[in-house]
Design a protein around this ligand. Structure first.
Ligand SMILES: NC(=O)c1ccc[n+]([C@@H]2O[C@H](COP(=O)([O-])OP(=O)(O)OC[C@H]3O[C@@H](n4cnc5c(N)ncnc54)[C@H](OP(=O)(O)O)[C@@H]3O)[C@@H](O)[C@H]2O)c1
Length: 243
């Protein structure tokens, strides 16, 4: 299988690369930090059929698309590149808002604009969207991030409906907190946080089982579902209690 992983230079993306490294798999690792990609390529190439790196900024859409067009025969894409604005800022600037949406949402479409026709024509292919439990509940400190991940869910859902009849599999994964460079910046206690290896192992299992939607850890997901059922006044109290 040939797998394209975006945001492969650290965190979940790098761990996906490690867990998919096998003599049956070819990996294409995409991110900005070329040194990290080279180190990972070096680490994995012996245990892999082939490891290619694509150093690119996913918000540079013309360059990104030109590079994606050059890659042949991708079977699965893991749309994992993502950023958050942290949890401290007050009102994000329009530039921050736009950049976050460019990375977390629009870059996925920039890639799929190239890959979807290929997947449709060969009547196969798997698209994995890395969303977040944050898409289900918008905290005052992470509203832009939550909005972007909710947009990812909606976009993924539509892509699934449209392309399932063409044999394309669309999987949306909603992790809670997992240890990574992103969460290392958080200064609050993160409930139910998972180690990187464990978090990615669960996502890989969900992909292998062909789940279309997987939100985890389950207890955290249930709590969020429950809170969402409460009247809004009560929900607000919980939000401010947790701040
Ligand atoms: N960790 C969690 O608890 C958690 C929970 C739910 C969802 N997620 C999602 O999981 C995904 C991976 O995050 P992570 O936790 O592994 O954080 P991370 O370690 O900070 O990884 C983010 C990855 O995205 C890449 N990236 C960011 N901006 C980019 C750009 N402009 N162009 C190309 N690549 C870019 C980074 O590579 P470069 O900097 O080298 O470009 C890096 O490889 C994100 O979509 C995140 O929202 C994480």
């Amino acid at each position: 299988m040939k797998i394209l992983i975006t945001g492969a230079s650290s965190g979940l993306g790098a761990e996906f690369a490690r867990q998919y490294a096998s003599l049956d798999n070819e990996l294409v690792l995409l991110a900005r930090r070329e040194q990290n990609l080279l180190a990972l390529q070096n680490e994995l190439q012996k245990s892999c059929k082939n490891v290619e790196i694509v150093p690119v900024d996913v918000t540079d859409f013309p360059t990104l698309q030109a590079k994606i067009k050059k890659i042949q025969n991708i079977d699965m894409v893991i749309l994992n590149a993502g950023i958050s604005l942290g949890h401290k800022g007050d009102i994000p600037s329009i530039a921050q808002f736009q950049n976050l949406f460019d990375v977390n949402v629009l870059s996925a479409h920039a890639i799929l604009e190239i890959l979807l026709p290929q997947f449709r024509d060969k009547r196969s292919g798997t698209i994995v969207f890395i969303s977040s439990l944050a898409s289900l509940f918008s905290m005052p400190t992470s509203k832009v991030y939550s909005a972007s991940k909710r947009a990812v869910n909606a976009y993924a859902e539509g892509v699934r409906y449209k392309y399932k009849p063409y044999g394309v599999k669309v999987i949306t994964l909603l992790p809670g907190f997992i240890k990574s460079e992103m969460t290392d910046k958080n200064e609050f206690t993160m409930p139910f946080i998972l180690q990187t290896q464990e978090g990615v192992k669960r996502m890989k299992q969900a992909i292998e089982k062909g789940k279309e939607f997987y939100a985890f850890p389950f207890r955290f997901y249930l709590i969020i579902r429950f809170v969402n059922l409460l009247p809004s006044l009560l929900r607000e109290k919980i939000v401010h209690y947790r701040k």
